[in-house]
Write a protein that binds this ligand. Structure first.
Ligand code: NAG
Ligand code: NAG
Ligand code: NAG
Length: 485
């Protein structure tokens, strides 16, 4: 009975979510249409003088987010094999996966169903509470004195050097998540990149981002001329997708009840694992990853995007990732066969999927079953709470008819999410004061909060609406999430 109830709850939750996501479909404006590849491709070139640096960031923690740290560990193995030195690869990861009690293979992390251990040898530069936006910025800027904790490694780069940054986690309109502390806001990230450019300490920089709505980190924000080329897993208004998930095809080994990777991420990494990095260009990888990430079903795929100085995409992958000794003579063979669309799941549902599989797999009456049931209940209650609070706030401020319209509107491609970032941050704080943390799932409402700012709403008005909307629901939620733990 309980099992059936929870299953129904899970299915109901997913159907509600997909309806909610569907609201964007008619508004989708893929901005790549406006962007040209550059009039005549100059052909591949490998300008690999200078030192190659890399910063790898997994922005989550928790076993239900296994895949982000798996992605980042895999990226490390590619760069290490490519010839980058550990002193030039800086890794941010919470490091609670390999030795997690839920991990069926202690001390080992895999990033695909038949994959090898990717955890071996990964430097633990910034782990646990040291995985912060503050340290990430300090590392990028090469500012050792600003660091708080960690190994002290920074990008101590010079004018001829190349920098590769790869980030994997949950994100939202205008921000990228971090495990325990403040998120990375887009305006702050862009300012740090501008500062790094102004310091003259790199020749070119490539930034790969896996997160929901990751295009919003650069859309209308990253100018040309900084010698930065960025690609993102999704455009600025859609989810990105997890892959190798339990119950999906291809699925992880039976003992795993969590997703092993993310679609955009494993697409670029499995490509880098199988091709000659000295001849394949960034642009070729972008196209290949874009194709693989876009499965046939438009409701189950994201649009991989590119931003910044697109001319840099003529460079070979080896400029950033080094070489692949076993693939030196390999020529690219594109695989255009359509991928099954059943294989991926919206990143925002991957935690619920994990709790559900954990619940289903645990013995009847066990502590593990009870724990999973509670995790599922709390996750669902939080979702309902945050979704309904935001909707109610919209109606209180703008009226019943206009509320949903204002909250759901999306600015045209090329325009940044919000004009006043301080307003956005302050509105988020106001919401959280009255309604509790947005948390991983609730970040999906960042665009609505940005729209409240764009409409010129005053902080006091937001405070009153939030207090009213959350007066009764928040205490209930607090009691639920602490009960029985
Ligand atoms: C490095 O960080 C410290 C502390 O935040 C700051 O005072 C200093 O100005 C920074 N140095 C540079 C070169 O940005
Ligand atoms: C991507 O898909 C398009 C359309 O199906 C195809 O023309 C193109 O060759 C593919 N590119 C790659 C790199 O697979
Ligand atoms: C690549 O080709 C060269 C020249 O034909 C050959 O000497 C080398 O062993 C080959 N490398 C690999 C990894 O097959």
């Amino acid at each position: 009975m309980m099992v059936r109830c929870t299953a129904a709850l899970f299915l109901l939750a997913l159907s509600i979510l997909s309806v909610a996501d569907g609201r964007h479909d008619f508004l989708k404006l893929p901005s790549e249409g406006r962007r040209l590849f550059g009039s005549s491709p100059v052909g591949a070139y490998d300008d690999s003088a200078g030192t190659k640096w890399a910063v790898l960031v997994a922005g989550s923690n928790g076993y239900e987010n296994y895949r982000h740290q798996a992605d980042v560990c895999h990226a490390y193995q590619i760069l290490k094999r490519g010839g980058l030195k550990d002193e030039n690869i800086i890794v941010f990861m919470y490091d609670d996966i390999a030795n997690n009690v839920e991990n069926p293979r202690p001390g080992v992390i895999i990033n695909s169903p038949h994959g090898e251990d990717v955890y071996k040898g990964v430097p633990k530069d910034y782990v646990g509470e040291d995985v912060t936006a503050h340290n990430f910025f300090a590392v990028l800027l090469g500012n050792k004195t600003a660091l708080k904790g960690g190994s002290g490694k920074v990008v101590d780069s010079g004018p001829n050097d190349h920098i590769f940054i790869y980030y994997a986690d949950h994100g939202a309109a205008g921000l990228l998540g971090m495990p325990t502390s403040r998120e990375i806001y887009a305006d702050e990230l862009i300012n740090v990149l501008k500062k790094k450019h102004a310091s003259g300490t790199y020749k070119s920089l490539v930034f790969y981002v896996e997160a929901c709505e990751s295009g919003s980190m650069f859309e209308g924000l990253l100018p040309e001329g900084l010698n930065i080329y960025a690609t993102t897993a999704s455009n600025s208004e859609e989810s990105s997708y997890a892959i190798y998930c339990p119950g999906y095809d291809p699925s992880p080994p039976p003992a795993y009840d969590t997703c092993l990777g993310d679609t955009y991420s494993v697409s670029w990494m499995e490509d880098s694992d199988s091709h000659n990095l000295q001849t394949e260009t960034l642009k070729q990888q972008y196209q290949l990853v874009k194709n693989r990430t876009a499965s046939q079903d438009p409701d189950l795929s994201s649009h991989v995007m590119q931003y910044g100085d697109l001319k840099l995409s003529a460079e070979t992958l080896s400029v950033y990732m080094g070489t692949h000794p076993n693939k030196d003579n390999h020529t690219i063979v594109y695989d255009n066969s359509p991928r099954p669309s059943s294989g991926v799941i919206n990143q925002r549902d991957a935690d619920v999927l994990h709790f559900w599989h954990k619940f289903r797999g645990a013995p009847q009456g066990s502590a593990k079953k009870f724990e999973a049931q509670k995790q599922l209940a709390v996750a669902m209650a939080q979702r309902t709470h945050v979704d309904s609070s935001i909707q109610l706030i919209g109606k209180l401020i703008f009226g019943t008819d206009k509320g949903p319209q204002v909250l759901n509107s999306v600015r045209p491609a090329g325009q940044a999410l919000v004009d006043d970032w301080d307003c956005l941050k302050s509105m988020v704080r106001t919401f959280e004061t009255h309604c509790g943390s947005l948390s991983q799932y609730g970040m999906r409402h960042m665009r609505s909060i940005a729209n409240i700012c764009n409409a010129g709403v005053k902080k006091e008005q937001m405070g009153e609406a939030s207090a009213q909307a959350c007066a009764t629901s928040l205490p209930f939620l607090g009691a639920l999430s602490t009960a029985g733990s």
